[in-house]
Design a protein around this ligand. Structure first.
Ligand code: COA
Length: 261
């Protein structure tokens, strides 16, 4: 499949999606969003891919935000709604993917870049990464999920402070507030992400998929309903051949051989 704004590399067991518009610090336009969506479908359908890593080209930015040229050219509320909806759909796709999505944030993750980062399951940041929701500087608000995911990750008051001030958040501050999982030296970022994929690739594929679904599904509900949902997903996991193999292998003191069924 041909892409113009991203790179798709199959480095098994990972698929690496690199946002590739370094001239504009990887700002994402409509076509970039669409290409990310297509690449996610390809990764999901590939049984040898066990997780997706998403990063930015060029070393300075993960994603500098939505393409401000495109935002400037909009004339109607309807265009704004569609712009937001298209991005939301791709971020929902990341959350619904049957495989983990690991974000390797290697520089600016501003506006839509911060929101795309928060669409991942695990967020790794290089020491030079920075985050922020500066939309109010442009007369808009977060439109790729920032008003919802940021308060759920860092708490309402911190999220509102960052959204009102548009301030730049360092990787260390992001770590302190639970926005990112780990901060690592820039030169170690991709290797850290790949090592995490290697670890995940040793686990049962369906168990990973069901655990991810249980977490996201449960977050949409109250705790009682979420735990009820977990019972269903647990039951589905017990129904897999890999559960039989995993438990049997433990008892026989050998490594399991996963079939993904
Ligand atoms: N959309 C479109 N173009 C962008 C962009 C964006 N979100 N962010 C950066 N660019 C472009 C710049 O216009 C510039 O293009 P030019 O070389 O043709 O002039 C190029 O990328 C490099 O950016 P520049 O601003 O010169 O780099 P810098 O190192 O001085 O600053 C940033 C980097 C990220 C701090 C700054 O570019 C910035 O504030 N970008 C916008 C961030 C933002 O508001 N994002 C949310 C959008 S909703």
């Amino acid at each position: 499949m041909a892409y113009e704004n991203i790179l798709y590399q199959r480095e098994l067991p990972a698929a690496i999606i690199t946002i590739n518009r370094p001239r504009v610090l990887n700002a994402i336009n409509h076509e970039t969003i669409a290409e990310i969506g297509r690449a996610l479908d390809v990764a999901d359908a590939d049984p040898e891919v066990r997780a997706v890593i998403m990063t930015g080209a060029g070393g300075r930015a993960f994603v500098s935000g939505a393409d401000i040229g495109e935002l400037q050219a909009m004339d109607t509320a309807r265009e704004g709604f569609e712009h937001s909806r298209r991005s939301h759909e791709v971020i929902f796709k990341m959350e619904h993917l049957s495989k983990p999505v690991i974000m390797a944030i290697n520089g600016y993750a501003l506006g839509g870049g911060c929101e795309l980062a928060m669409g991942g399951d695990i967020i790794l940041a290089s020491e030079n990464a920075s985050f922020g929701q500066p939309e109010v500087n442009l007369g808009i608000i977060p439109g790729f999920g920032g008003s919802q995911r940021l308060p759920r990750l860092v708490g309402r008051t911190k999220a509102l402070e960052w959204i009102f001030t548009g301030e730049r958040i360092s990787a260390q501050e992001a770590l302190q507030w639970g926005l990112v999982n780990h901060v690592v030296p820039a030169g170690e970022l991709m290797q850290t992400a790949k090592s995490m994929v290697d670890t995940i690739a040793q686990k049962a594929p369906l168990a990973i998929a069901l655990a991810k679904r249980a977490v996201y599904h449960g977050l949409e509900m109250g705790p009682r309903a979420g735990n009820e949902a977990e019972m269903t997903y647990f039951g589905l996991a017990v129904g897999t051949a890999d559960r039989k193999e995993g438990t049997q292998a433990f008892l026989e003191k050998r490594e399991p051989e996963w079939q993904g069924t």
